[in-house]
Design a protein around this ligand. Structure first.
Ligand SMILES: Cc1cc2nc3c(=O)[nH]c(=O)nc-3n(C[C@H](O)[C@H](O)[C@H](O)COP(=O)(O)OP(=O)(O)OC[C@H]3O[C@@H](n4cnc5c(N)ncnc54)[C@H](O)[C@@H]3O)c2cc1C
Length: 504
């Protein structure tokens, strides 16, 4: 599959309507979360490349339901959209602070991890200024047009064209409309990038309650929308031992009446465990480790990922400390233990509504092998996210997608789907390749690097010089001065000479 496409001479991000197949963009992006926004920002620095990005939401919003006051992102501010690939970019977090005259206050604040609300505002600031971003546009289907040798992308414009100041014209020209009068259109692209992110996951036993209208069972992604109602509810149960679960529990705990907290935090995991955050541990979120992980045999990758759960499923130790501190403070100011219970190691087997304002969860304690009924008035499901399903979106491409032994799409080192050679263009994925690229896949710290890898692979001459080394840990055996021939490395020519054991 040729990647180095002749750049389109027509100039930068697509502001003129990309209607006909004779005006394809070089790269079309589906979804504008942080990862495709990073790609758009770095692509902006490559005038030869024409790009267009489509987002179904009316504007950029990053996990709005969890922008809890004081909650910080779990990576340093340098993990912004562009800095780790291009610190001189106009779209860095520091440029955003400069534009808001906040550089000195930030420098004096000496905070490495910024509030989630500030990260959201920074990304929105970039999204409102970058050309070629089309909000209120949902991509419905993509297919490969063998005649034009281009990807054909069907879109629905969901709202009045809000394509951002710079792009001006709507994403597509003359359009048909659907039964709701929404404009339907088609654009063409030489290459695609899927950045559709994740969607909230609700465990099966709780799905009927979560789907039922007016039943206070909600996913943590909608927490802030329901916060006031939850604070006014007599008893609330939070399920899930990840960062979101901890933050929701802490926020409720801090805002419930002293001595009448009426809270229960439960999780399947044997403990409310801290996230692995040691410096050498964090090197597994480096490009070196991502490259190494991609070289491993598929079964080894599949065994490794669940064992690394503490790298992406734990809780920031600051949050755990804040919870313990708040519980202690409350014990101090009320006569006895606070009315907040924390129970790890329990699974919700079934759940139901037993009265207008009463819910009942049937619990099983894994280690004890015991069962119990737990009644509560509201449930917050901090039960995580799953990669958004793209089968419908990619249905027409499905026959050309090469899959691994578990029927997952194969993804090459440049984050491209491995496709049948009949497809001349590339389909890149962002945050859908954990099975091939490892724990760093959803990490904001790798956003800029991955975007640069994708852009470089599209161009004859790489636009961004990337570091050849990014970690002190040497992942895997690598031939070096002291380390002789590496036998069995699939990536090195087979130089099988029997190793003679060194006689001590
Ligand atoms: C609450 C929360 C906090 C997190 N905090 C951190 C953190 O601190 N540090 C860190 O490293 N990672 C963090 N993560 C993980 C990760 O960085 C985020 O999930 C990040 O938002 C992923 O970005 P994304 O671009 O892949 O997807 P998303 O942010 O999910 O964006 C995808 C976008 O695609 C759009 N879309 C989907 N389908 C279509 C379609 N057919 N047409 C048009 N648009 C479409 C969606 O509307 C959405 O806006 C966090 C995750 C969550 C849930």
């Amino acid at each position: 599959m040729s990647t180095a496409q002749p750049p389109n001479p027509a100039g930068s991000a697509d502001s003129a309507p990309a209607t006909a197949a004779d005006r394809p963009v070089d790269l079309a992006g589906i979804g504008i979360g942080p990862f495709n926004l990073s790609l758009a920002a770095l692509a902006h620095g490559v005038p030869a490349l024409r790009t267009a990005f489509y987002e179904q939401r009316p504007a950029f919003h990053w996990h709005p339901g969890l922008l809890i006051d004081g909650a910080t992102i779990q990576v340093p501010f340098l993990a912004d959209l562009v800095t780790l690939a291009d610190p001189g970019s106009p779209w860095t977090f520091l440029q955003y602070l400069k534009a808001h005259e906040r550089l000195f206050p930030f420098y004096i604040a000496e905070r490495f991890q910024i509030e989630r609300a500030e990260y959201d505002a920074y990304c929105r600031w970039v999204s409102e200024r970058l050309p070629g971003l089309h909000f209120d546009h949902r991509v419905d289907a993509v297919r490969w047009d063998h005649e034009y040798e281009l990807f054909e992308i069907d879109l629905t414009r969901l709202g009045p064209a809000a394509d951002g100041p710079a792009s001006g014209a709507p994403a597509f020209g003359a359009a048909r409309t659907d039964e709701e009068g929404r404009a339907l259109g088609r654009v063409y692209a030489r290459n695609l990038v899927l950045g559709v992110g994740t969607e909230p996951y609700v465990p099966e036993p709780l799905r009927p309650l979560a789907d039922a209208p007016n039943v206070p069972v909600l996913h943590s992604s909608d927490y802030l929308e329901h916060r006031e109602r939850l604070l006014a509810t007599g008893h609330v149960t939070v399920i899930g031992s990840g960062q979101s679960g901890a933050e929701v529990f802490l926020d409720l705990l801090r805002n419930r009446p002293l001595g009448a907290e009426g809270l229960h935090w439960m999780a399947r995991t044997p403990a409310f465990a801290p996230m692995e955050y040691s410096k050498l541990g964090l090197e597994q979120f480096s490009p070196d480790y991502t490259r190494y992980f991609h070289t491993l045999p598929e079964p080894v990758r599949d065994q490794l990922l669940p064992r690394q759960w503490q790298l992406y499923k734990g809780i920031a130790h600051e949050t755990l400390d804040a919870i313990h501190h708040e519980l202690y403070r409350r014990a101090l100011h009320s006569d006895g233990w606070p009315g907040a219970v924390l129970t790890p190691g329990v699974t919700v087997r079934t759940a139901g509504r037993i009265a207008a304002a009463q819910l009942e969860l049937h619990l099983e304690h894994t280690e004890q092998g015991t069962r119990a009924r737990h009644t509560t008035e509201a449930v917050v499901l901090a039960t995580g996210y799953r990669e958004r399903r793209v089968d419908t979106l990619l249905a027409a491409l499905d026959p050309y997608i090469r899959r691994d032994a578990s029927e997952r799409p194969r993804v090459d080192a440049e984050h491209r789907l491995v496709l049948d050679p009949m497809i001349k263009g590339s389909v890149y994925v962002q945050n859908a390749e954990r099975h091939t690229h490892g724990v760093g896949t959803p990490d904001l710290g790798l956003a800029a690097w991955r975007s640069a890898v994708i852009l470089n692979s599209l161009l004859a001459d790489p636009a961004y010089r990337l570091p050849s080394r990014t970690a002190f840990t040497a992942f895997g055996l690598q031939p070096s001065g002291r380390c002789g021939t590496v036998i069995g490395d699939p990536h090195l020519p087979d130089q099988r000479t029997p190793l003679t054991p060194t006689r001590t």
